[in-house]
Design a protein around this ligand. Sequence first.
Ligand code: AMP
Ligand code: MN
Ligand code: MN
Ligand code: MN
Length: 280
Amino acid sequence: MNERSGSTVDLHCHSTASDGTLTPTAVVDAAADAGVQILALTDHDSVAGLDEAARTAAARGIRLVPGVELSVSWQQRTLHVVGLGINPAAPALGAGLAVLQQRRADRAAAIAARMERLGVPDALTRAEALAGGGQITRTHFAQLFVAAGLSKDIPRAFHRYLARGRQAYASARWADLEDAIGWIHAAGGQAVLAHPMKYSKSRKTRQEMLAAFRAAGGDAMEICCGTSDAREIAAGVCDALAHDLAGSVGSDFHGAHQPWIRFGRLPALPDSVRPVAALA
Ligand code: AMP
Ligand code: MN
Ligand code: MN
Ligand code: MN
């Protein structure tokens, strides 16, 4: 199996530093056990898990690419931009992360206030406890809807309460696209548009988004995600070539929250696409 095979490379996953269920050590162990040789840990708006992940990766003899998944606001939408190969101690990135983390905390309070009115008490304190010092995400609030018996599972809690426009949704102003890409570059990393197929069903909107991402200095896009089928991968290859973007592969593994996504099951990046630097 070559290095570009998706089964041995995974450049997008989450730990308890954001909304994953496994600690950074357990994430690296799970990936290594599944045969992954190059792994990027990319927590939402946080680099807090990277030191621990790097230590475990060294012990397991696999390569850990330091990463992050930044929240971006673009034209009334939230986009996710993964930074790969970043120096987590870079000052510009650190300052950007501090702003995003404050906005996460403010939005968490707004979501909790809405949940109070829906009959879920103490949501902020309980979400903080679930996050265990990591970033508070909507996934934690979704867990509370399930615990309260108001939703059967996390996807249903999103659909009914936490998706954009639903009763417990609170909007947040995340980073501007140019700023997020600038912080990643200032930290020596590559900026990758995460899961481009997830933002809109409209092909036209996706093309506008990719053009804006490229114009803002973006380097690559994810082509093989944990849920991609052959048709999506073919469309991703066309998009990458049309917009002069390199390609990346990442499962977006979260542990038990998304049990259908596993390590070591990603399709390989097609040869027609230039691999992102972490893969080359
Ligand atoms: P946040 O960044 O706090 O707004 O939370 C976004 C995270 O929520 C994503 O990274 C996913 O892990 C999760 N998420 C978003 N939509 C859904 C959904 N429909 N079902 C399950 N998880 C979701
Ligand atoms: Mn997530
Ligand atoms: Mn994402
Ligand atoms: Mn992710």
